[in-house]
Design a protein around this ligand. Sequence first.
Ligand code: ASP
Ligand code: MG
Length: 429
Amino acid sequence: MGKPERMKSIRQLITEDGKPKIVVLSALSGSTNALLSISESLIQKNTAEASQKAQELKAHYEQFISELYQSSQGLSNGKAIVEKEFNFINQLIATQHFGTKQEKEMVALGELLSTQIFEAYLQEEGVNSVLLPALDFMVIDADNEPILAKIEENIGQILSKNTGKDIYITQGFICRNPAGEVDNLKRGGSDYTASLIGGAISAEEVQIWTDIDGMHNNDPRIVKNTFPIRELSFEEAAELAYFGAKILHPSTITPAKMKGVPVRLKNTMEPSAYGTLISDKTTDTEIKAIAAKDNITAIYIHSTRMLNAYGFLKRVFEVFEKYKTPVDMITTSEVSVSVTIDQTTHLNDILRELREFAELEDPDMNQVIICIVGNFYADKEGIAIKVLDAMRNIPIRMISYGASEHNISLLVDAGHKNDALNALNEGLF
Ligand code: ASP
Ligand code: MG
């Protein structure tokens, strides 16, 4: 939501069919970045700069509400919300020790503001709605993973105390951690919230509204002639979401998939367009989409004990486990294994520990995983050749085929990414 008009059209969209809904809102466009930028100034101990940025942001909200509300009552409600939350921002700016905890409180204000402003607008419009604070039910564990059973229980209780409403509003993205502090589900996490709630209440459908028309078969910023994909299975969507199809937070699909709740991606700019439907149905289309994931590091590991060494892979993976670093792609030969990671925080520790029992080549930074998603059942012939033929002029570092029936992954240097996406688009569609 960038503009007040958008908020108004969302009110239209959610009340049109008369069905009850839980509406998960993200922050107003740009707000999360602005709040992070204020935090950044505070971490650098530049209070004056932080105050300046906060003032600019407040002016933005004042403008926004002045265009949103029609009645003087509505406007004064809106003003009270903005005053209250910016007072809190000023308190955060004034704290002696601004650390991670305060930063998370700061960044949560985007969703806290947008939902209260929207709820006040629905009240002004006479919609039968209520705001359910996400901080009362959305909880994560010590590994930052949502605790599904607890969320389900909490929501059940809250809904049973708030029956008979047409529209329930809540905040996306924000949650509480085991210490009871305000936390979040990482950037873009509002989609994840929606899917968690959809799963928890076994919703008829989860809809994710953005300003693009569903998932495309390739990256429209790099490749011409892409098109929206109408239907995807949960498995295909999960592969694509992880591999940088920017429209979905990578974890979004999981909770909906667990409960078999379909997820529909819709476009606010074109509400009647079909969008993309993600469900447990698989269609027969062989190759559905291509996606890329940037900032990948490849690590090449050779066993020093050579042939027939069992337990080698276990030791390798224990190192990654110890540093809580997920491994994305793996290829193996008799004596070597290559893996890729996208979190390099502990890279040096990982390399040091691997060197205790293996020989390593220098890791390659700045790699890209290109992933081809579709239905590649084991007895289908000719798919690998199509993919490799399309990639004929592009150097490939790693190939992974056969792990899932829905994914072929190729690792290329970042410098070849655009060529690879275009060549595959030519060759496969
Ligand atoms: N407001 C959060 C962000 O910008 C969450 C979201 O938009 O989904 O990352
Ligand atoms: Mg978003």
